[in-house]
Ligand binder design. Sequence first.
Ligand code: NDP
Length: 245
Amino acid sequence: MNSNLEGKVVLVTGASSGIGQATALALSEAGAKVVVGARRTDRLKLLAEDAPGDVLVLDLDVTDQQAVQDAVAATVQRFGRLDALVNNAGVMLNGPILGADTTEWTRMIETNLLGSMYAVHAALPHLLESKGSVVQVSSTSGRIASAAAAAYSASKFGITGFIESLRQEVTTQGVRVVVVEPGFVSTELITHGTDPALRAMAQQMADSMRTLQPEDIANAVVYALGQPDHVSVNQLLIRPTDQDR
Ligand code: NDP
């Protein structure tokens, strides 16, 4: 148990796999009441069975602004408050700019950037009331762009910028804002892409190093949210030791 998380109400987006799933479980183990949102609710229901604490399962597509507002409303209706939003839902559909399927760009911007922005917009009145926190899962790709990841990088640079503006707007009102920037984590993320060469390259990269596990990032989120109220952990950049850039 983490005394600063005991009884806190935390909404985690994209909790049906990978980092979001591990984070929701870790927060529940730390004593939080957790609300989990994603489109694959069958997976969320299994998570709720495994978690030791109270878990509310929500069918949530973060690209749908009304659904995001409804998710925040359902959280407050069930638990009476919202103490933290973990903006984690994301997709990575990499490929070169030349000849790109731009519907994949739209999907990444709508999910990784706008989806997170909608969630902040909906949650902020409640977070101001509770003097709560926002944890934004960005990426090393939000700091260092690379070839064949242009739109993904744009979405992550974008959300890191949005979140820094948010921090400046609300920190003196007691709302803490954390950006988490993971390097390579073993999850389903690399399986979403449609370019077979890039998927193979990502798999090769995964096989060539001791990658991070979702729990490594979950631990960092629990650390940041578990700090006393006067301590604001603003940025956590976490790479595998074996990853050089
Ligand atoms: P996963 O693919 O395992 O998880 C992605 C999660 O996002 C799933 O739960 C998925 O749920 C959810 N999601 C995707 N689209 C939507 C949507 N429209 N609405 C709601 N939920 C959605 O990958 P990761 O755990 O790796 O990714 C989590 C975050 O971490 C992402 O933001 C990613 O960019 C970031 N990240 C990952 C890194 C890595 O190496 N793995 C490195 C740096 C950052 P569902 O499909 O059920 O809706």
